[in-house]
Design a protein around this ligand. Structure first.
Ligand code: HEC
Ligand SMILES: [Cu+2]
Length: 348
């Protein structure tokens, strides 16, 4: 093997490696771990997963055959540096057999891929909805999620709770998707495929999680500057956990006289124009419902953990966590910040 040849292989190899590793660099310092589409935990996601394996097998087969032939030809017929290959090879024109083969085989492959995919899409879309399925209305906002449970009288944000579905007791959750402003996309890879939230065009999707735990996702449609921090958290609870969560969410906010000063800040510094706290005069709907803010483990749509320090910093200057988000810095004094944070901390 001569030098030039070796250099070509090295150069090509480095380029291929670089492109394969590129996604790893892109996500390396992301705000949350990238959930895998190869670890489904819910019915539509596992159907999509098996379909993707089928498609990968076919396209992988094509890659191996084409790549193999290409590699063989490159090695076998490379310039040997002598005159042994200066003669023109036999020229073949208009071979009906060859042309038919390279037209019909790809068409058949595409038809198979198309039909299996279309069948899967319709099977998921037309799945009959059981009467006891849980209904949730999801409203996409720049840059957070509103979750309403119409039959349960619950409104919350950013962290969706749904019950576990077992084979013995199937309990899917049907999500009706709306948008308050621009296009968003609901995507929790381990639970279901992406479904867009389009203004004036409600979409429906469903999930049927088969194991408990926290599933991460995010908005998958570019919706503005903070699109990348419009994260999603879905908690799949056991029936008992879910019932307890529902019971707590249905309560109005408890009134604690010790934090009356903070509550007054909330009601006089226009917080209540944008936020609802059930059981108080605050009924704003531009921002997340804060009635049970402390039942959530993150704030600002999963951007930061819900700690006292983060909460105070968020109210002081929301842009310090989410530059360009739609909550303004309300220019509160340090004392007002302490008071309103103490008040919010009581919203269990
Ligand atoms: C102009 C409307 C507006 C005003 C006024 C406003 N907020 Fe907000 N607030 C928002 C929006 C929008 C978000 C969601 C931001 C995001 O996640 O992108 C938000 C988020 C929050 C959150 C995080 C909620 C969560 O679960 O993620 C808290 C806490 C909060 N606001 C408290 C306050 C307080 C306290 C005040 C008054 C000092 C206030 N807000 C004033 C619009 C407003
Ligand atoms: Cu979005």
């Amino acid at each position: 093997m001569d030098r030039e040849w070796l250099r070509t292989i090295l150069r090509t190899g480095t380029a291929i490696l670089f492109f394969l590793l590129l996604p790893a660099f892109a996500f390396a310092d992301g705000p949350q771990p990238v959930p895998s589409i190869f670890a489904p935990a819910s019915t539509p996601a596992s159907d999509i997963y098996s379909l993707s394996l089928f498609v990968l097998a076919i396209t992988g087969g094509i890659f191996v055959v084409v790549g193999g032939l290409l590699a063989y030809v490159i090695v076998r017929y490379r310039d040997k540096g002598d005159d042994s290959d200066k003669r023109e090879p036999a020229q073949i024109y208009g071979s009906t057999q060859i042309e038919l083969a390279w037209t019909v085989i790809p068409i058949l492959i595409v038809v198979v891929l198309f039909l299996t995919t279309a069948r899967m899409i319709f099977a998921i879309q037309d799945a009959p909805k059981p009467p006891d399925a849980l209904d949730v209305t999801v409203v996409g906002h720049q840059f957070w999620w509103e979750f309403r449970y119409p039959k349960l009288g619950i409104v919350t944000a950013n962290e969706l709770h749904v019950p576990l579905s077992t084979n013995k007791d199937p309990l899917p959750t049907y999500l009706k998707l709306y948008s308050a402003d621009v296009d968003h996309s609901f995507w929790v890879p381990q639970l279901a495929g992406k479904t867009d939230l389009i203004p004036n065009h409600p979409n429906i999707t469903w999930i049927e999680p088969k194991s408990t735990g926290l599933y991460l996702g995010q908005c998958a449609q570019f919706c503005g500057v903070e699109h990348a921090e419009m994260l999603l958290r879905v908690y799949v609870d056991t029936p008992e956990q879910f019932a307890a969560w529902v019971k707590n969410q249905q309560q109005p906010a408890v009134e604690d006289p010790q934090v009356a000063a903070g509550r007054q800040v909330f009601e006089t510094e226009s917080c209540m124009n944008c936020h609802t706290i059930r059981g108080t005069a605050a009924t704003g709907r531009f921002g997340p419902d804060l009635t049970h803010l402390m039942s959530r483990s993150t704030i600002a749509s999963g951007a930061v953990p819900n700690s006292e320090a983060n909460l105070r910093q968020w109210i002081k200057d929301p842009d310090s966590f989410k530059p360009g988000c739609l909550m303004p810095a309300m220019q509160l004094t340090n004392q007002q910040l302490d008071e309103v944070t103490a008040y919010l901390e009581t919203l269990k």
